[in-house]
Design a protein around this ligand. Structure first.
Ligand code: SER
Length: 546
């Protein structure tokens, strides 16, 4: 039973039971609150609250997919038997189309009858707060003859993906791999609630659950894990989706380059911010662990997925590899003599994570506090030098550049509001005459979008909103989602500029050294002069205040 057979048997099994087959969505999600697609349910999030839309969009309330997913949370565990950065998730979804009994019975029958595998044990939710203990699931498993049924807590409650969303108790299926280890194979979520905050907030008791009108079903089964079990293998690398990598180094390279190849094929390019930065880190980490050029690895992966996915790295991996290999070699030599993470960062481009990882391997200690202190000084210096770009005066900032600087923050907020919060700042430059903002976005803005962005900024100017500076711990600033250069290192205490509307709703919050105007009413009228491409995936806007 190879991967192609399992994919098609899964889809057919659910098609026969009234499910519509829908293609995988891109790894770059439509949902701006998450960087990557991490679960099959992501493209279906809105249907749990608006099930009628599923009739319109799919002609069915029951759906099945094989979804490409990226998860970077478990990156340190990559190389063990089961954890991967890129994986495919088999899933069936329902927006009020069927109940717990159907969902559990389908899963049970697929595993035990269709694939002939044995279930080792299953779990159910023990209940907490407004969510009751899931006796119903327990009863269904019992009636299906499963003997080992275990109660569990938070691990079997699916929290919302992103900032808010459907969530609910889950029941999981575990099977034994060839080593006799129990592996979680399938997660069946009962989306009974809508959570108005993130998972983090929910766990802290800061978000509320509201019962949904209909029961939502969201299930996810990792193809690679299932395959390892079905093929009686000890780990995912021994399945036909890998090349039997044994050493941890080889496994990391195979995993990371596969993830990189899939990301690039879905339009991500290496960058210093956002998803491009995750991609860059994966490639760089692979370079570090690989003994040979990554080109061979790319070809091997393409061969595995031939006829299933169209994969093309557009030369990006090689480009990134050749840039980084040289720095890495120099940096590694330096590391033998000197482990100052600040020098490694500023001179050799070693991200702090890399230095920490190397230090752990070699049993060396790193003085993080000293690093943070030096970075804070460095930050101050570079703020002054970037402030040097502001022509005309300095104490050098003059009224005109200060006004444009505040308009710059509003422009970023406007772009995010009009085309999505995935827009991230890539660079900026301000003169007395105009501001310039470079940002990550992969297409030209339409005239309508430009107009909407101008209207957004002018509306905020018209409202005369206060611009407020606050100093706060870096962690706090990150938590509240202040705009920052993703991947850049910041000191422990940062300065953040806030603009809020009259109702106290956030309009803009950005890490910034300032200075800024006191009220947006000082800005005048905002106008975009030009919107153009600077490089692939990077756009530039020049704008003025008149
Ligand atoms: N959303 C759940 C998961 O990803 C089930 O699909 O595990």
């Amino acid at each position: 039973m190879d991967s192609s057979e399992i994919r098609s048997r899964f889809l057919k099994f659910f098609e026969k039971r009234g499910h519509k087959i829908i293609p995988s969505s891109s790894l770059v999600p439509g949902d701006p609150t998450v960087l990557f697609t991490t679960a099959g349910m992501q493209q279906f999030k809105p249907y749990y609250t608006n099930p009628k839309d599923a009739d319109k969009d799919f002609g069915s309330r029951n759906i099945t997919t094989v979804q490409k997913c990226i998860r970077t949370g478990d990156i340190d565990e990559v190389g063990d038997a089961t954890h991967l950065t890129f994986f495919e998730m088999l899933g069936n979804f329902s927006f009020g189309g069927y109940d717990r009994g159907d969902a559990i019975t389908y899963a049970h029958d697929f595993i035990t009858k269709e694939l002939g595998l044995e279930i080792s044990y299953v779990t159910f939710y023990k209940g907490e707060g407004v969510v009751p203990r899931d006796e119903e699931s327990k009863g269904i498993w019992t009636s299906l003859g499963v003997k080992d049924i275990r109660e569990d807590g938070k691990d079997v409650f699916w929290g919302p993906t992103g900032g808010s969303g459907p969530c609910g108790p889950t029941t999981e299926i575990y099977c034994k791999n060839a080593d006799g280890q129990d592996v979680e194979i399938w997660n069946i979520v009962f989306n009974e609630y809508f959570c108005d905050g993130s998972r983090e907030k929910l766990d802290k008791g800061e978000a509320k659950l509201k019962k949904l009108d209909v029961l939502g079903i969201d299930t996810g089964m990792g193809l690679e894990r299932l395959l390892a079990t079905a093929q009686k293998k000890k780990n995912v690398y021994e399945t036909d989706l890998f090349n039997n990598e044994q050493a941890k180094d080889e496994r990391i390279v195979a995993d990371h380059i596969k993830a990189a190849l899939f990301m690039i094929s879905d339009g991500v390019i290496p960058a210093n911010t956002g998803r491009g930065y995750i991609l860059r880190r994966l490639i760089r980490r692979a370079v570090r662990f690989s003994k040979q050029s990554l080109v061979q690895e790319i070809e091997k992966i393409k061969k595995i997925y031939k006829g299933v996915y169209e994969l093309n790295d557009k030369g990006e991996i090689e480009k990134e590899e050749s840039k980084f290999r040289e720095t890495l070699n120099k940096g590694l030599k330096e590391f033998e003599k000197n482990t100052d993470p600040f020098v490694l960062f500023t001179t050799y481009g070693f991200p702090i994570e890399l230095t920490l990882e190397l230090a752990k391997e070699k049993g060396k200690t790193i003085d993080l506090e000293d690093f943070n202190k030096k970075m804070a000084e460095h930050q101050k210096l570079s703020q002054t030098s970037s402030a040097g770009m502001f022509k005309g005066g300095m104490a050098n900032h003059n009224e005109k550049t200060i006004r444009l600087h505040t308009a710059h923050h509003l422009l970023l907020a406007g772009l995010q509001s009009v085309v999505g919060s995935s827009v991230k700042q890539k660079g900026s430059n301000i003169t007395e005459e105009r501001l310039r903002l470079d940002f990550l976005f992969d297409r030209k803005l339409t005239d309508e979008e430009k107009k909407k962005v101008e209207d957004f900024v002018n509306e905020k100017i018209g409202q005369g909103l206060d611009v407020v500076r606050k100093e706060m711990p870096l962690e706090e600033a990150k938590k509240i989602g202040a705009e920052m250069e993703f991947g850049a290192k910041y000191p422990d205490i940062v300065s953040v500029y806030f603009i809020e509307d009259k109702d106290g709703k956030s309009v803009s919050k950005e890490f910034c050294g300032g200075p800024h105007v006191k009220s947006t009413k000082e800005l005048g009228h905002f106008k975009i002069q030009k919107e153009e491409a600077v490089a692939k995936g990077i756009r530039r806007i020049k704008a003025v205040l008149i």
